[in-house]
Design a protein around this ligand. Structure first.
Ligand SMILES: C[S@@+](CC[C@H](N)C(=O)[O-])C[C@H]1O[C@@H](n2cnc3c(N)ncnc32)[C@H](O)[C@@H]1O
Length: 218
């Protein structure tokens, strides 16, 4: 058993150390986070400092020209990925809840990377088929009940060698429950089993935060 599991406080200290020795998130994202924590009901849904830097790093390493995000929420992860994109590259992000528009646009407008971002409001399952794009990288982070549907929908739209990421695939540890009954947990379990069996992709779950699955299209 790791020291983190024996002592959760140790885990928190280690995370603080990791953040202190990684790039800062910057003033705009820190302000967004504070605003979300004060004014939104579920601020924990946003990616946050560590995962945000990792998403940016994926963009730096892979240099995708076209990125798709399913589930924008505050735009935190969108802004992080946009930071890592080359000039001329673009991220399409889809959010079903148009009540988030004022919040996210307040920050997107202030970002020097705003021109790389295209926000769509509506159900991703309806919008993605209307986007005439092939994506190099996709970040799935919306309704856990429909992860398999999102995956099936985006798969043919991802180029060979492209990367698909799916967030929250450990679902706060609920994946280990003996008799799960809530629909989100069942959705994640179904997704994880399907992904494991899918020979068209190489896959690994990063035990980062709430679980981030990386899938590379062969
Ligand atoms: C976990 S949050 C996204 C967080 C964001 N990706 C980040 O990392 O900062 C999930 C978002 O997905 C949105 N959502 C849920 N179902 C959706 C759908 N079918 N299409 C688009 N967005 C959806 C929710 O309204 C919510 O804002």
């Amino acid at each position: 058993m790791s020291s983190v599991m024996q002592n959760p406080e140790f885990g928190a200290q280690l995370e603080a150390y990791v953040l202190a020795h990684s790039d800062e998130e910057g003033a705009l994202l820190a302000a967004l986070s504070r605003d979300a924590n004060v004014n939104l009901l579920r601020p924990r849904m946003l990616s946050g400092h560590l995962q945000g830097r990792i998403l940016k790093m994926f963009c730096r390493m892979l240099r995708p020209q076209r990125v798709l995000e399913i589930g924008t929420y505050t735009g935190y992860a969108t802004l992080c990925m946009a930071e890592g994109l080359d000039e001329g590259a673009r991220i399409d992000t889809i959010e079903i809840n148009d009540e988030m528009e004022d919040f996210m646009m307040k920050y997107i407008r202030q970002s020097p990377h705003r021109d790389k971002i295209r926000v769509h409001f509506g159900d991703a399952l309806a919008i993605v088929p209307t986007l005439d794009e092939t994506f190099d990288m996709v970040f799935i982070d919306a309704d856990k009940r429909y992860y398999t549907d999102y995956f099936d929908m985006v798969f043919p739209r991802v180029r060979q060698g492209g990367l698909i990421l799916a967030d929250n695939t450990l679902w706060d540890g609920h994946v280990l429950e003996n008799h799960p009954h809530d629909k989100q947990t069942l959705g994640i379990l179904e997704f994880n089993e399907r992904i494991k069996q899918d020979p068209r992709i190489e896959k690994v779950i990063l035990p980062l935060r709430d679980g981030l699955t990386m899938m590379w299209k062969k």
